[in-house]
Design a protein around this ligand. Sequence first.
Ligand code: OAD
Length: 244
Amino acid sequence: MDDLARVRERLAIAKSVAVLTGAGVSAESGVPTFRGPQGLWRNFRPEELATPDAFERDPKLVWEWYDWRRGLIAPLKPNPGHYAIAEMEKRFPEFLLITQNVDGLHRVAGNAKMVELHGNIWHARCTAEGTVRENRDVPLKEIPPRCRCGALLRPHIVWFGESLEEDVLEKAVNSCKRCEVLIVAGTSSVVQPAASLAGIAREAGAFVVEVNPEETPLTPMADAYLQGASGLILPQLMMKENHG
Ligand code: OAD
């Protein structure tokens, strides 16, 4: 039996499923990934744009970069991979989507049971009050934008050197401990703590599936490796009739 058939068999009896996604799942929608040959980190230095120090040094530059990315993402639509994951949420009684993506496309596709590990590019947080508000302005009306209280707003994104929100991480870890199948799609599996979640799930007895055109550090420890684009593979996991 090939890996695709084995995964479909597992999913046919699963009650509890978790999905961990990364930038690769949005690649077919046109959102740039971070690491590959066309990745954002090829042309931009994260330490100048995605750290608390960078923001303190030059909030305008940081916001200009996010404004550019927001403009890029705004017209984009979910792809068949996103929709397959939204379908999973309906099908499995216990489900959690754990995403590293900040583009919001999973929500547009219909997922509600989800945690956004690295925040959301459409949310801004007050640097004084800590309050988080949605901001959909494209382009932003002022750069850097300010809160009603007068303090600077910052992107509600987890930057390098910052910790994930505790309750968000706890939800992700708990679902990895409970699920029967964990599907890890479109992530290079190098950024912590997200990269550790598959190990946590596996140790707790889950069947771990990786979906990615390229091998990653996770590949050797995955129970099944489905090589290919998530927009092609994930819908195949959700097809009702058995072609295997
Ligand atoms: P990366 O850019 O590191 O990795 C993208 C992965 O997607 C790679 O392994 C690609 O092989 C794979 N990929 C490309 N096209 C694909 C497709 N069509 N279908 C499936 N997979 C595909 O992105 P992440 O792993 O998400 O952090 O990066 C993790 C974090 O690093 C991001 O959340 C971001 C970044 O710094 C923050 O913004 C805080």
